[in-house]
Design a protein around this ligand. Structure first.
Ligand SMILES: Nc1ncnc2c1ncn2[C@@H]1O[C@H](COP(=O)(O)OP(=O)(O)OP(=O)(O)O)[C@@H](O)[C@H]1O
Length: 259
């Protein structure tokens, strides 16, 4: 990969600011993902994690700073087939009467010549469904899936274009344990083939062994950029607010970075 040779980051945000509803949500963040690197973006609810990844894919306009993707300023970047995106907590269905195959195949259109899916594209769809353990459901409607199965289908849709960069917003949220294990194994295979990954996570959980670096946001600023916290997810970070459920009167005790 060219980026690996040149050491060019696949994602680079410098002093990025963004507003939502006239409210500053990102207040000058720096964030890089190197070629082949897996970076977790952590932080409390509302700290700006989703907004940060949505600036990368162009869904939230920035008010300042610079964003580059594969070394190209975001405004001029066109090679979106190289980027797989899994949005936060959504379903593949939304009432649309589509089959699982159709939803996953829609992720391949950016690679298909003249928008026509050929044999190699159909093979890629089958392969992506096999990766997430949904090949036996290929012809089923997406309206008949559990939350975890929806998430598997959305991840297959992101993988089917064989992206060099995967951006996932809380891929484990609301996902049952069996699906979590399938998703962790899928991600491990992607990382082994050199895919760079930016993941928004609430806690590291089963993905922890894959993560090279953690960037922690608080109130739209980068609070930490370095090694991921070890073993116990967000509870390992100093400053984490933790209230024991049995202790009704307890004030939050600051022990972690994530609040
Ligand atoms: N469309 C919007 N209009 C106004 N404010 C918004 C909008 N979307 C998000 N916000 C606010 O921007 C802030 C950052 O939101 P964001 O979704 O980026 O946080 P997050 O860290 O991803 O949180 P979570 O973990 O809950 O998903 C929050 O305070 C949120 O209320």
């Amino acid at each position: 990969m060219d980026e690996a040779r040149s050491g060019e980051p696949v994602i680079s945000l410098r002093r990025v600011t963004a507003e939502l509803g006239a409210r500053p949500v990102l207040r000058g963040i720096d964030l890089t993902v190197g070629a082949g690197e897996v970076v977790a973006l952590l932080g409390a609810n509302g700290s700006g994690k989703s907004t940060a990844v949505r600036t990368v894919i162009g869904q939230v306009p920035v008010t300042g700073g610079e964003i580059e993707i594969f070394g190209t300023p975001r405004r001029r970047f066109r090679d979106w087939a190289r980027v797989g995106y899994v949005p936060q907590r959504t379903t593949a269905a939304g009432g649309v009467p589509a089959t699982i195959t159709e939803v996953v195949a829609s992720g391949r259109l950016s690679r298909a010549r003249f928008g026509v899916l050929r044999r190699s594209d159909r093979d890629a769809v089958r392969d992506a469904l096999e990766q997430v353990g949904m090949a036996d459901r290929a012809k089923d409607s997406v309206n008949a899936l559990s939350g975890g199965q929806h998430q598997r289908v959305l991840i297959a849709r992101a993988l089917v274009s064989e992206p060099d960069l995967l951006i996932m917003d809380e891929p484990m949220a609301g996902v049952d344990l069996a699906s979590q294990e399938v998703l962790a194994a899928t991600l491990r295979r992607q990382v082994e083939r050199g895919t760079s990954v930016l993941l928004v996570l609430h806690e590291l959980g089963p993905l922890e062994p894959l993560i090279d670096r953690a960037v922690v946001l608080r109130d739209g600023c980068v609070l930490h950029d370095g090694p991921p916290p070890k073993a116990v997810g967000q509870h390992a970070l100093p400053g984490h607010d933790h209230v024991h459920p049995h202790d009704a009167d307890a004030a939050p005790v600051r022990t972690g970075l994530l609040t």
